[in-house]
Write a protein that binds this ligand. Structure first.
Ligand code: 6CS
Length: 280
């Protein structure tokens, strides 16, 4: 589904638009009168994607817009952000929501109010053909001294550090798409992203790229993402969840996510409380 929306490429995410609308957007009436919701995305297909003419889509924004439309909010305005800047930007009211495939994890549940899960995936490594360094886990990366590419502030960066990878070998890539180029150029030895993200990149790299995927990364769980709201906007989150639940029930949710490769069942078999390790 193509979304007619506008992409604000804000370096710091602060703009007159954000300043004027922030106060209004703490609740559903605020978003309805604003006419749109400001969302943070990463441009990491198929979770979030932006075409050359600025059209925003991807499973995350598509689900969010479908829910918002049923809540009387007809548009989304997306800003591209690093994962590590999404929660601070949300808390600073630069966005109304994060609809970027942000994984629901206990430490994030401390900072934001998550919707119920929408997009689930396993972790993967993009490696040179034949996986010459035999990298199957983050522990392998640590022990081999390999350089791993990660998106800034993302889950893979945290997994690498927790596995003992030397910080000098954890290379933050400037944007999700540039990691495969850095791998091809030998600037990194492995690129860590969810399976569907690496699948998309391999498809774009084409036959003969000399790259392949190893998945699932050993000793890593299936992660599930949700839409993130400010803690103080829990009423908005609850209203969003009520609509999302209806769409899960009547098949509309599956019709949006499954063409992108996501399993609707995987998202429906878990819940926010489980993923947060408690109420959120
Ligand atoms: O939420 C995260 O941390 C992860 N989510 C996605 C969709 N890609 C990478 C990122 O690390």
């Amino acid at each position: 589904m193509k979304l007619t929306t506008f992409l604000t490429l804000t370096a710091f995410g602060v703009s007159a638009l954000s300043a004027t609308s922030a106060a209004q957007a703490a609740d559903i009436e605020g978003l309805q009168s604003q006419g749109f919701a400001r969302i943070a995305i990463a441009n990491e297909p198929p979770w979030t994607q932006v075409t050359a003419d600025g059209k925003v889509s991807g499973a995350g924004p598509d689900v969010a817009l479908a829910v918002l439309k049923k809540m009387g909010v007809e548009e989304i305005v997306a800003s591209i952000s690093e994962y590590g800047a999404m929660i601070p930007g949300l808390q600073a009211q630069r966005f109304d929501m994060v609809a970027a495939g942000l994984f629901i994890k206990p430490e994030r549940c401390e900072a934001v109010a998550f919707s119920q899960p929408d997009l689930c995936d396993a972790e993967s490594f993009m490696v040179k053909e034949g996986n010459p360094m035999g990298l199957k886990s983050f522990a392998d990366i640590a022990s081999s001294g390999a350089k791993v590419g990660v998106v800034g502030g993302g889950t893979e960066e945290k997994l690498a550090i927790e596995a003992g990878v030397d910080r000098a070998n954890v290379i933050v890539v400037p944007d999700p798409q540039s990691g495969s180029k850095m791998l091809q150029d030998g600037r990194i030895d492995v690129y860590a992203l969810p399976v569907l993200s690496i699948s998309d990149l391999l498809k774009k790299a084409g036959e003969g790229s000399g790259l392949e995927m190893f998945a699932p990364v050993e000793n890593t769980p299936i992660f599930c993402a949700g839409v993130a709201f400010r803690k103080e906007d829990s009423a908005l989150r609850d209203a969003y969840d009520a609509v999302l639940a209806e769409m899960k029930e009547n098949g509309e949710f599956a019709a949006i996510v499954e063409p992108y490769g996501y399993s609707a069942a995987a998202a429906m078999q878990t819940d926010r409380e489980t993923l947060c390790g408690g109420p959120n």
